[in-house]
Design a protein around this ligand. Sequence first.
Ligand code: PLP
Length: 391
Amino acid sequence: MTSALMPTYARQPIAFVKGSGCWLYDTDGQAYLDALTGIAVCGLGHAHPVVAQAIAEQAATLVHTSNLYQIPLQEALGQALHDASGMEFCFFSNSGAEANEAAIKLARLFGHRKNIAEPAIIVMENSFHGRTLATLSATGNKKVQIGFEPLVQGFVRVPFDDIDAIESAIAANPNIVAILVEPIQGEGGIRIPKAGFAYLEALRAVCDKHDLLFMLDEIQTGNGRTGKYFAYQHTNIKPDVVTTAKGLGNGFPIGACLVQGKARDLFKAGNHGSTYGGTPLACRASLAVVELLQNGIIANAAIMGERMIEGFKTALSDLDVEINGRGLMIGLRLANPCSELVALARDEEKLLLNVTADSVIRLLPALNISADEVDEIVLRVSRLIRRFLTQ
Ligand SMILES: Cc1ncc(COP(=O)(O)O)c(C=O)c1O
């Protein structure tokens, strides 16, 4: 088939034309169980009726004005996120990468305030922060960077989950102003720190000790994915900056950069902006999402996540599979590369999943999934892995 699109994606030979909850339907009407939700985007499942109605009503009322004017729905969403997160102020973008761009700019402003002319941010190996020039430079994956050099300067890379390496990097470089990290590395293979979320407390302590901004990329872990609104809410600490996107709009494009503490007053009028960021339409969609999530759905994600992990532990106990996860962010690490499982799952099990970091089956199903659907995912994935490893 000829296509007028740039070949930036290695697309699978399938198109979906309809969705409902955990299910997607292809052009022939075949149903697929979606354990990926557009990579942690449709946390409320596909075509959620309340979100659909909010979008339809708002589209027929007012789509866009401009950030030149007051936007009451943006104020309301900012307040809802403040209430959900304990963060103070919010800036709205249209994607995760843009939310991280805002965070990176905040770190640089913070550095310049401290008279550091060339501020640097500590970032992690195997991280993923986006595809813009600054965020791909922050990303710890050569495949994302290659061909786009010169990279943006001002990032110092250390191994993930290694506080000593961070301390050494700080000792070696007086220009460090911030740490940017994912609470659980998503693209990097559902990597959970050894100490779990206590790692975030250790990072907070390092940032306090050295007067650094603690910046969390919760683009994938946020909006209920790990069983709390944000992953840091499994602890008693707060970051200075947290970015999110993906599940924030359930598929409607929106991202956010939230600040508190040392980061709260850095941006002044004229420092940052976006034509589309925080339109009435995006904010109406997201308000519906944020409200629904907190109405029992995040709690469901925590319970269903445990059910899924327990299900896999039982079903795969005799196989060499490492099971990692928090909430409904689950990774099954095989001993060898297994990217062919994506097509096998789709064609043989009518199941949509993804393989990341070469050998990790990544499952990010809808957060309002039922117990029966959890069991069905466990059944289909386990059958698939068993065939793959034993045939
Ligand atoms: C942790 C993390 N940060 C940033 C991004 C980039 O978000 P977007 O694709 O919306 O720009 C992603 C997307 O996968 C992500 O998982």
